[in-house]
Design a protein around this ligand. Sequence first.
Ligand code: MV4
Length: 451
Amino acid sequence: MMFDKILVANRGEVALRVMRAARELGVKTVAVYSTEDADTYPVQYSDEAVCIGPAQANKSYLVIPNIIAAAKNTGAQAIHPGYGFLAENADFARACVDNDLVFIGPNADCIERMGDKSAARETMKTCGVPTVPGSDGCIDTVEEARAFAESVGYPVLIKATAGGGGKGMREVHDPAELEAQYLAARSEAGAAFGNDGVYLEKLVLRPRHVEIQVLADDHGNHIALCERDCSVQRRHQKLIEEAPSPALTEELRRAMGVAAIKAVRAVDYRNAGTIEFLLDESGHFYFMEMNTRVQVEHPVSEQITGVDIIKEQLRIAAGEPMSCASRAPFVPFGHAMEFRINAEDPEHGFRPCPGTITRFEPPAGPGVRVESYVRTGSRISPYYDSMVAKLIVYGQDREEVLARGRRALDEFVIEGIATTLPFHRRVLDNQVFREGKACTDFIETQMGDLL
Ligand code: MV4
């Protein structure tokens, strides 16, 4: 049975996105907020709101007992974690279950198994999902690292098993650098994650980042909602995502979807998740990581499939079958692109620019969707992520979407703070991007002056 009331353990645009989905399903919402966020729109939008602490996230949005208490005290039956904060925290998922609350996401074991990147890679290899040639588990000595690098050939990439999102990664192009990079990667990982385990992979040159959105329910439905191409990133922060990927053929899409479903079945995964792949220049793809949460860029998949991913998450968590299963296998219709509008100054190394928005005029019209929690007069807090809005444009093909993106970015007015709007306008003028040929080095090679 669908929930009567859920608590949203997040803030900003994703909190609002989840509440809107809940409202369409007739589900009441409880917001939790820090004192810093007391006047934000998601708090006003919710049916009830509970203050859970001061501005610092580790004293509010990350305090598990306070969030659990807020859910129990308000009679919420389930908790949606959004993305970031506690979304991929296995202890939080366990704390929910221990307190008779449904965690709207996968179970704690799945979160843990995918959180250890070396173990996740082994799991995928075992169930036949392609992986980059790499070490079996972690590498404990420089000698072992050297032996592995010689066997697969340079260049190699050292990765932290507790990492993900690019933290604690070191490239090694020359045997003379191996020892220093290996030791640096271990100490960096130890300092950042309290776990200095590292593993090695052959370095894939000029890869694209292509990921498959999946949904799985308790009724045996496992579906792939096509792919997203997230190759335009800066320091492992995605800036633009699109679906479908301009780099995939129908055949590759099918193969990647099959691999993603294999991965989901292998760990008995439930709810929404994403399998990230590296796609090399010759069209081979390799498992990179699994994200056990809903992602920032989920709207582009929604626009090309017509599936409301958040509503499906609620149905799945409530034990109902997903409503879209009979439509699988999904063939993407049209094209969609998302631009992340951050309070950052692209002219000055993307430095954060918190402050008050003195004017906010979002674009509208055909094929335009804006996901944001701000309005004129809103304050962007220095304490949290700098994302102000997501602009999603969609249309019948990529060409229409490029023109629509340009039109919508030109309509978008945000005053009072610097934003990434001018950066996005420039990307849309770039020939490599327009041709659909951007890979993960796009910003360095094409937007080098911005770095
Ligand atoms: C790689 C790679 C090349 N070869 N693995 C970056 C984040 C983490 N998820 C894994 N990452 C990469 N793994 C091998 N064997 C290149 C990257 C990578 C990257 C991947 C996707 C998007 C942007 C990236 C930027 C730099 C490096």
